[in-house]
Write a protein that binds this ligand. Sequence first.
Ligand SMILES: [Zn+2]
Length: 405
Amino acid sequence: MGKAGEKFGAPVEAGKGERFLPFLMKVLTCKQALPLQIHPDKELSRRLHRKNPKQFADFNHKPEIAVALTPFLGFAGFQPIITIKSLLTSIPELDALLRPFESYQTFISATPKATSADLKELVRSVLRMDPKSDASGLLKTVKDALAAGTGMAAPEKEARDGNDVDAAIEGLLSRFEREGVEAFGKAELGDEEKKRLVKALKKMQEFYKGDPGSIVAAFMMNLIELRPGEGIYVGADGVHAWLDGQIIELMATSDNVLNLGFVPAAEKDSVDLFIDAVTCEPKSGEEYKLSKQEWKLSSGAGATIYKVPTEEFSLYHVDGDAQKSTTIKPLNGPTVCIVTAVNTTAGKITQTGTVDDSSARAEVDDIKRGQVYLIGAGTEVEFAPGVEVWASFWDDQEQEQSGTA
Ligand SMILES: [Zn+2]
């Protein structure tokens, strides 16, 4: 990448005079559940860095976006309280699992409804659950509850060496095998959403059987499915866990993370630290989705710009199926682009101008899939037809135009 940057002739002049790239872009393939995590905001990052610079190496926050390259499944943010309550109370296995907790009693009995603070306490109880618990008590409670008039049959499969969490999830899954969406009782969720949730639960059980993080993710968070080209935004302190699919992931430059689920127990960060830091403003999955539109700074076939509500980065996409080339006007910050497809024998990127020399010109032929280019500030760039590119960049004019819409 450094070499390409030199070839392109422009200095790496990131936003606000800083000499580093304010963002980090990855192509990520999730084949198993990635950690349930949050990235602390700037203030907490600073505190954590001071206390433990080895684990928290920088003091930046890390809002991030994920745009799907293939169909994608992931969890982001907490669901509306009313949905959480309806799920937990309609599924006897979950109700039995959580009933011993005072925080659960408070959560389900609060009128008119529980608060974010009540939800945080419930999450704390779940994440602190004993991973070595004996499931027999739970199974009996579920059996009794089912026998007492719900009309639902008891789970066939008894979790032998699993814990409570495992037994609760397996119980629901085994009833789903027989009863289909009816296994969710009166839970206020569409049939497609129920099926999607079962798919997610199986995936989590496959890799992290009986992880209490599964209860938090599956029944308290938004399960989001993206089609290729659709994206989501997770702000600093926003809880998320990716399950399946290939994405472009773009984030502010930071390595700070608190992992709470789908990781070996020893890696789990303090539950209390997580609970203090996590943003807990329940909203629907739709509200996490990024909007996109044709980009004014592009011409020819044109690029699509994603509206990212953060100042550190933006993202554009150049479609590889276009018949015409696409030109991007000079930006006043750096761009990092990843070539994800070349549907032509003559893949080419042409650049004109640098911050110092408006007549400088550089051409790169023989563009191939998987290549990464750094484009300096002040450079106009033209992508030949057939070259598909995802590009992250910083530009203050663009940031002003997109704003925090
Ligand atoms: Zn993350």
